[in-house]
Design a protein around this ligand. Structure first.
Ligand SMILES: Nc1ncnc2c1ncn2[C@@H]1O[C@H](COP(=O)(O)OP(=O)(O)OP(=O)(O)O)[C@@H](O)[C@H]1O
Ligand SMILES: [Mg+2]
Length: 249
């Protein structure tokens, strides 16, 4: 099963969620995490440095490398298709190609046979890379930061999802919205979660991931949260998402 993790809003914990979920999935099955962001935060967050001869998402989507030749193993057992800033150039190169919405889907095919779960960490935009991820995915997870205006950006994302379903990928399902960086006992956090539940009606709103500096620390250490800090309250919300992913696959 392929899950895209997307929200065009920056800094909502897309990458942190990809690492946390990928780490948990790798404990029980084979999992590949794809860095589809030229910022390369997923790559560095998993402790991987892109050397000069390392193949990356850029070479895969521009058809100069096969995906399985570019995959690297990371210390948690999670496999990674790394990316760096060259991917920005890759997105521009795709613009002129016929059928450019489907390139990732097509280039992923060999990995689909090899890995039980594939997670795609999207960049903070609704550009061609994110649309490629949505066209390739079976499900979409939307991390949302518990802040006022959290819902504002969601409308544009849900509109894009609607168009992708209509024109490119009717199979695409929204796994759910994951509230992140939730502050304990604050009116704002509770307000945001209540509003999400009211407004999103048929979309599942997962239990929130608490705000904790341990997430930033685990990124620096290049480890998923369950390895870095096995605290139940930090890991449990991600376990619930994994459970849902496994149920849908
Ligand atoms: N639950 C959390 N509590 C506190 N900080 C968090 C939490 N989750 C993520 N962070 C921190 O918030 C910042 C943004 O997270 P992250 O990079 O995962 O977001 P993103 O949506 O991938 O960002 P971008 O849009 O730039 O790709 C990082 O510094 C990360 O360590
Ligand atoms: Mg990110």
């Amino acid at each position: 099963m392929i899950t895209a993790i997307a929200n065009q809003k920056g800094g909502v914990a897309k990458t942190t969620s990809t690492i946390s979920l990928g780490g948990l999935l790798a404990q029980q099955s084979s999992c590949l995490a794809i860095d589809l962001d030229p910022q390369g935060n997923l790559t560095t967050g998993l402790g991987v440095e892109v050397s000069d001869n390392q193949l990356t998402t850029y070479e895969v989507i521009t058809e100069t490398a096969e995906i399985l030749n570019a995959v690297v193993a990371t210390k948690s057992g999670l496999n990674l298709l790394p990316a760096d800033i060259s991917l920005a150039k890759g997105e521009t190169e795709l613009l002129g190609k016929v059928g450019n919405f489907y390139i990732l889907k097509e280039r992923l095919e060999p990995a689909r046979e090899k890995f039980q779960h594939i997670l795609i960490d999207c960049p903070p935009s609704l550009g061609l890379l994110t649309v490629n991820a949505l066209a390739a995915a079976d499900t979409l997870l939307i991390p949302v930061q518990c802040q006022f205006f959290a819902l504002k950006g969601l409308e544009a994302l849900l509109e894009t999802v609607g168009s992708v379903k209509k024109r490119l990928n009717p199979r695409l399902k929204i796994l759910g919205v994951l509230p992140t960086m939730a502050e304990k006992n604050t009116v704002m956090t509770q307000d945001v979660i209540d509003t999400l539940k009211q407004q999103l009606e048929e979309i599942k709103v997962f239990d929130p991931v608490p705000k904790s500096v341990k997430f930033a620390e685990s990124n620096l250490a290049g480890e998923p949260i369950h390895l870095y800090a096995g605290e139940w309250k930090l890991v449990q919300p991600y376990r619930a998402v994994v459970k849902q992913m496994v149920a849908e696959s």
